[in-house]
Design a protein around this ligand. Structure first.
Ligand SMILES: Cc1ncc(C[n+]2csc(CCOP(=O)(O)OP(=O)(O)O)c2C)c(N)n1
Ligand SMILES: [Mg+2]
Length: 661
């Protein structure tokens, strides 16, 4: 299918090139992980020289196979490959600058820095779960656009650490259930992690474990290209995802340290490196790659060129070419603006009392109609998160064209899969659970933010307002914890209109993920006037009492209606209060000082949010007041809880009066 590429007889020296670059770069940086790239060099060589469908000249080719280095500490493997295969921008100097300021060769692979890095890895297990999302995206787009446009595989290199992490179970079982047959995991089965042999901490039969989740499995000698190649060939025609256990020696070639954890995460040292050069018959200077070896690698890098050219030709003649390009571009500003504006108009004309989770569903009906790429889902809380719209069918092994994923009770796996889907492109993932369980997917949310990918987290039951389920289910510190993550927009809309606006912003913000925190309980509509503008776009705005200067009441979400009621109560006493709705702290923080002054006014300020105060310094000064939570919630009907914890219009009004004096 792809061009010829280098002969297998050359693989041992090609693999040694990876080994040498890895040990030399780690030595130069005085830190890093040589053992894994040295151990997996034969597997990587076989994969890239014989199987992976890619073209080093076109790293963004949509129909390329995806390669994920889940064991991200082995970053020198992917950087060496980048240079050897001839990816633009991955020079030898970059390898010499491994782990240095401003280089593309960061300690762990960072998405968007070096070419061929499809996702940021390092937190073990994430890459494996991202790959599941990529394979889902591929299956979905294949069902939508056909084999001519989309037909590629997802390969993963995972280590013992990836397989031990809990997230791997969520990823593996989801992939097996969905029969993601184009997903192939190459496990670096080296029996070593940092503390020593795997037997110190684990005795799982991994093949049995994967098989139990519906995977095809096999075991090969990870230093035998013929065996590796045969296993990959077999995996390609499997009807299930495949695990190939590659038995390897960590630090392969190092005379005294190979096979031990000493090679895992430290430079080998001058003497050991000299011994390795001898053992591998690699008499070249550091960073020197002989011409014949480099030319074999460059052949491997170019062997997909013809296949890509044929694909380019096919896609431009395809009747769905425009739809495919629209899907891959991911830009929906045009269609969204009008659809949301029309919908907001209808909401203002017939105000409704709605839980914002229900408002989110209504907004999604509008969105899913105009954006064909949204793929929704929930971690077993579909009816609570209101994430499924009527016309969405389940995405399943029988119907990959479906646009709704039943992720099961796998919050972490869901979040990481959504990262993979967003990275793959062509789909726009959103998924829900309870806000309190953002803790169960926080590592993946953090990576969405670090990578700058558009994933929308639909997080309902956002406060004590969920009531009877009690403190285990009531988030109090979660808004603060999420707001602490850089490059994450945390939205907490107060009614149906704001919910629509927050959704619009989430989808238009391509390089920033979003969390939309939504209520279980019904809320009166606060926005009763038509506005063509998206008022949430600046993060906070005056919703009532524009010129009032006695006191400023600032609230988010369900507490906006409390603040509005407090304003009425204060009016009875001749006090003029303005109310600021603050649906997104991050967007407000990015506004100029002049806007902050204009919105917040001159009076003392009272912040209101059924959560802890941390993070409210954006709005409140030392002398200002906060009405919210200072500990965990309790199990009781919501109304009683708000009374019990003193989050009421009367309490807000009392604080306002105290400040005015
Ligand atoms: C979530 C997470 N926990 C801990 C670490 C630190 N860490 C990096 S590599 C590693 C050991 C991984 O073992 P294995 O995957 O077998 O790698 P090998 O030593 O074989 O290269 C650990 C604990 C991490 N990167 N991510
Ligand atoms: Mg290991």
């Amino acid at each position: 299918m792809t061009g010829a590429g280098p002969k297998r007889a050359n693989f041992p020296q090609m693999a040694n090139a990876i080994r040498a670059l890895a040990m030399d770069a780690v030595e130069a940086a005085k830190s890093g992980h040589p053992g894994m790239p040295m151990g997996m060099a034969d597997v990587a060589t076989t994969l890239f020289a014989e199987h992976l469908k890619f073209d080093a000249a076109a790293p963004d080719w949509p129909d390329r196979d995806r390669f994920i280095l889940s064991a991200g500490h082995g970053s020198m493997l992917i950087y060496s490959l980048g240079y050897l295969l001839g990816y633009d921008g991955m020079s030898l100097d970059q390898l010499k600058d491994f782990r240095q300021m401003g280089s593309k060769t960061a300690g762990h692979p960072e998405y968007g820095h070096a070419p061929a890095v499809e996702t940021t890895t390092g937190p073990l297990g994430q890459g494996l779960a991202n790959a599941v999302g990529m394979a889902i995206a591929e299956a979905h787009l294949n069902a939508r656009f056909g084999d001519d446009a989309v037909d590629h595989r997802t390969y993963v290199i995972a280590g013992d650490g990836c397989l031990m992490e809990g997230i791997s179970q969520e990823a593996i079982s989801l992939a097996g259930h969905l029969k993601l047959r184009k997903l192939i995991v190459l496990w670096d089965d080296n029996n070593i992690s940092i503390d020593g042999p795997i037997s110190l901490s684990d005795s799982t039969d991994q093949l049995a474990r994967f098989a139990a989740s519906g995977w095809a499995t096999c075991r090969v000698d990870g230093h035998d290209p013929a065996a590796i190649s045969a296993a990959i060939e077999k995996a390609k025609s499997s009807s299930q995802p495949t695990l190939i256990a590659c038995r390897t020696t960590i630090g392969y070639g190092a005379p005294t340290k190979a096979g031990t954890s000493a090679t895992h995460g430290a430079p080998l040292g001058a003497e050991e490196i000299e011994g390795t050069r001898k053992a591998l018959d690699w008499p070249y200077a550091p960073f020197e790659i002989p011409d014949d070896v480099l030319s074999n690698w460059r052949d491997a890098g170019a062997r997909g060129g013809d296949v890509r050219a044929a694909w380019e030709k096919r896609i431009s003649a395809d009747k769905n070419c425009d739809a495919f390009k629209t899907a891959m571009s991911g830009d929906y500003a045009g269609v969204l603006t009008k659809a949301i504006a029309d919908y907001k108009k209808a909401l203002v004309e017939t105000p409704q009392k709605l839980a914002t989770r229900k408002a989110s569903e209504l907004a999604l009906c509008v969105i899913n109609d105009v954006i064909k790429e949204t793929v929704g889902g929930s971690a077993d809380l579909t009816g609570s998160n209101n994430t499924k719209t009527k016309d969405q069918n389940p995405l399943s092994a029988e119907n990959y064209a479906g646009r709704y994923i039943y992720y099961g009770i796998r919050e972490h796996g869901m979040a990481a899969a959504m990262n993979g889907m967003a990275l793959h492109g062509g789909v726009v993932p959103y998924g829900g659970t309870f806000l309190v369980f953002t803790d169960y997917c926080r590592p993946a949310i953090r990576l969405s933010a670090l990578m700058g990918v558009r994933v929308v987290y639909v997080m309902t039951h956002d406060s004590i307002g969920l009531g009877e389920d009690g403190p285990t289910h009531q988030p109090v510190e979660h808004l603060a914890a999420l707001r602490a993550i850089p490059n994450l927009n945390v939205y907490r809309p107060c009614d149906g209109v704001e919910t629509a606006e927050c959704w619009e912003l989430s989808l238009k913000t391509i390089a920033t993920p979003s969390v939309i925190a939504l209520t279980r309980q019904g809320l009166e509509q606060a926005r009763l006037k038509q506005s063509g503008e998206n008022l949430c776009a600046r993060g906070a705005y005056v919703i009532a009492g524009k010129d009032a200067e006695d006191v400023t009441l600032i609230a988010s979400g369900s507490e906006v209606s409390l603040a509005l009621k407090a304003r009425e109560a204060l009016k009875q006493d001749g006090i003029k209060a303005r109310v600021v709705s603050a649906p997104c702290f991050e967007l407000f923080a990015s506004q100029p000082e002049s806007y902050h002054k204009e919105v917040l006014g001159k009076g003392p300020r009272v912040g209101v949010e059924a959560a802890v105060r941390q993070g409210w310094d954006l709005f409140l000064r030392r002398k200002d007041a906060f009405v919210g939570m200072s500990g965990f919630g309790a199990s009781a009907p919501a109304n009683e809880l708000f009374e019990h914890f003193g989050i009421t219009p009367a309490a807000v009004a009392a604080e306002a009066k105290r400040l005015i004096g």
